[in-house]
Design a protein around this ligand. Structure first.
Ligand code: PLP
Length: 427
């Protein structure tokens, strides 16, 4: 089929606007009449720097990020790489704060004093994780792998509040937050389970500030809902996301990092110190301060992927004069259309997550006609594909149907799916 005949509901990589891809394919062959494609140009060239700086400025403008307080970094190793990077960087920042409080101690005296803060009697290093789906679970497991289970606190596991399955955001009164956690982690939208935080959790709101660092130190994975709604950026210390859903092509991830965690305000402790106290030393590629110092060009970066992301941002800024609020209104309308079509036929469709936690981006449901789920879902997928509605199969770990309703799905695309959902139920 032609591109124009398909509406692609895949969860990631997601579809991209055709005009952006046309611009990108020209750039891949001959960028700005240089006779050389963008993936062939040096990442140290002025044109690469311009692409990076423009993409940063457009992202900041679209999401209202205060660039005097936050650094925007293009990182590698995807969203998964950031699971590790946030641990390394914020454990380092936590240790740096402890060192600052210890005065002039050096060498063995310093290591001994630090250990007393890390493993008692004077305190304990703790990382807090809110687990509401498969991706925050993975991030939690990575933290356990890097720093050990004794340093990771499971604030809440949503499965314990929903018969062993993801699908709810548990009431915040059940959350067990630690004092002085090096970070509190949540995933704003769980791509596999179709669970989205309806808004920023009130218990994570800034309570106090010291030396530019806000407490609690909140980290959010926004891989699958970034650019789709207004977020209170300044409630966060780090927001990260892989590009391949709402931003662009796979190959880069973005980390929006509070500058208070970067030099000169805060420097990562020397590797010797981290080793002496038994904590992990960040691989250089994951160290935000190094990436910030080099404007994301510590090593060869896929500037082509940054270019595609930049083109998506330019298109968004052109389409929506009121920026992310404009896209948010459309995203909500599309989600209402699709959920509405499902709710109209409860005899056939069962929406997986609880109504209070339904994702606008990943709409997960089961299909049952004549009592046979497997056969019904196969028939649903086959009939949808015939109409050009593709990518609807649920994640392999949970099965079912998942309509990923990212920004690249137009209102007409959502209407088409909603129409099909109704027709299939009646057929
Ligand atoms: N976080 C979320 C919410 C995701 O949906 C994904 C991937 O789908 C990831 C993290 C992992 O991203 P990556 O595949 O770029 O490592």
């Amino acid at each position: 089929p032609e591109r124009s005949e398909i509406t692609y509901f895949g969860a990631g990589p997601a579809g991209l606007p055709t005009d952006v891809l046309e611009t990108a394919s020209e750039a891949l062959i001959n960028y700005k009449n240089t006779g050389l494609g963008l993936a062939e140009h040096s990442h140290r060239s002025e044109l690469a720097t311009n692409i990076i700086n423009e993409a940063k400025a457009d992202l900041a403008s679209y999401l209202d990020i205060d660039e005097s307080k936050y650094e925007i970094l293009f990182m590698q190793a995807g969203g998964t790489g950031e699971f590790s990077a946030v641990v390394y960087n914020l454990v380092g920042a936590w240790v740096a704060r402890k060192i600052a409080g210890l005065g002039d101690l050096k060498g063995e005296d310093l290591y001994a004093a630090l250990r007393e803060h890390i493993d008692g009697p004077k305190g304990k290093l703790v990382l807090d994780y809110i687990v509401t789906g498969s991706w925050s679970l993975k991030a939690y497991q990575e933290a356990v792998r890097l720093v050990g289970p004794e340093h990771v606190n499971l604030v809440v596991d949503a499965r314990e509040h929903n018969n062993g399955k993801f699908g709810v955001i548990p009431d915040q009164k059940h959350w067990k937050l630690s004092d002085d956690a090096a970070l509190v982690y949540y995933c704003a939208n769980e791509t596999v389970d179709g669970v989205e935080f309806p808004e920023f959790p009130t218990v994570l709101r800034k309570s106090h500030e010291k030396d530019g660092v806000h407490f609690p130190i909140v980290v959010a994975d926004m891989s699958s809902n970034i650019l789709s709604r207004r977020e209170p950026v300044d409630e966060h210390s780090i927001i990260f996301f892989g590009a391949q859903k709402n931003l662009g092509t796979p190959g880069v991830a973005v980390a929006i990092v509070k500058k208070a965690f970067l030099p000169p305000t805060c420097s990562q402790p020397a590797p010797t110190i981290m080793r002496k106290v038994g904590l992990p030393v960040p691989p250089i590629m994951f160290q935000y301060q190094e990436m910030a110092k080099n404007n994301s060009l510590y090593n060869t970066l896929s500037v082509f992927d940054v270019f595609v992301a930049g083109q998506v941002l330019k298109k968004l800024l052109k389409t929506y004069p009121n920026k992310v609020d404009g896209q948010q209104a459309v995203a909500e309308k599309k989600a209402q259309l699709i959920y509405g079509a499902l709710e109209a036929h409860p005899e056939v469709y069962k929406i997986v997550p609880d109504k209070t936690a339904r994702s606008r981006m990943n709409i997960c449901f089961r299909v049952t006609k004549n009592g046979d789920v497997d056969a019904s879902e196969k028939a649903f997928l086959a009939a949808a594909t015939k109409q050009g509605l593709t990518g609807l199969k649920g994640h392999r770990s949970v099965g079912g149907i998942r309509a990923s309703n990212y920004n690249s799905i137009s209102l007409e695309g959502a209407e088409k799916l909603a129409g099909f959902i109704g027709e299939f139920a009646k057929a």
